[in-house]
Ligand binder design. Sequence first.
Ligand code: FMN
Length: 323
Amino acid sequence: MQTRITKLLEIEYPVIQGGMAWVANAALAANVSKVGGIGFIGAANAPAEWVRSEIRRAKEITDKPIGVNVMLLSEHVDEVAQVVAEEGVKAVTTGAGNPAKYMKQWKEAGIRVIPVVASVAMARMMERAGADAIVAEGMESGGHIGEQTTMSLLPQVVDAVSVPVIGAGGIGDGRGMAAALMLGAEAVQLGTRFIVAKESTVSQAYKDRVIGAKDIDSVVTGRSTGHPVRSLRNTMTRQYLEMEKNNVSFEELEHLTLGALRKAVVDGDVAMGTVMAGQIAGMIKKEQTCAEIIQEIVQEAKETIKKCSIFAEDSCGNEAEHA
Ligand SMILES: Cc1cc2nc3c(=O)[nH]c(=O)nc-3n(C[C@H](O)[C@H](O)[C@H](O)COP(=O)(O)O)c2cc1C
């Protein structure tokens, strides 16, 4: 399964564990990389020294390529950008903004820069700014989302740019991976499925919510603020949505969710915490090791693609018969 992405990132399988605030630490990212994918440490709002120590911890677990997801709105972003360049990771994905300011610094450090986008316009802008690849993320995904679905966004981004594209959002198994490859992606990025990896250190209560979720159990809060977030329905989301309906102030909404992801991930408070997860949670039914997850996805994607090639042969045969 060699693509431009496996070559660019020097990995065995085109499977990426997306950066996830609080969730994607060294333990998760390194164990994904160790088994042939690539894991991204989620820097989110963390201080630069935390990012440095996680990169070093990851390098103790594996000598395979490691990535960092840099949140451009973080108050520590300048220092995090510097740390990432100093520590020499293979790739950086960026969310929430334009990484142009750091492009030269990262490129000089030999880092591949891969912005996450939710629109064709943003993908084009990122390519012009020097991106090595693009993650096109649909609104099925967990966490902060855009408005387009993966099914429609992905092929449009593929058509719009010449750098390789990674599909993300709503991909949870090999069928999803095969579909993304059909749409022109050269790798897939998964978040929700890796939350329940055995090596993931999130609270058991969080994992249990993901494993127990049904297809319709995620909701989007924050549409009124312009910062929509997908998470699993709970007491907090019900209160939040009610407050949005009643047009309460931005500050009150912020107050309700301040530190709420940490509350769910670290403290296991899945009633008042934010249990970020994507629509695909409904399909995720067990904890597995990163190795099992990656092997299963890749194997199933290959079988799915093989099945589809039978359809292609059929139609060729028919055409030959008709001719
Ligand atoms: C708990 C959680 C936290 C996330 N945090 C971030 C983040 O800090 N930065 C980012 O770019 N994407 C973040 N994402 C998005 C993931 O990197 C990934 O693109 C997404 O989860 C893919 O869709 P899926 O959840 O349907 O697999 C987060 C997703 C989840 C579920």
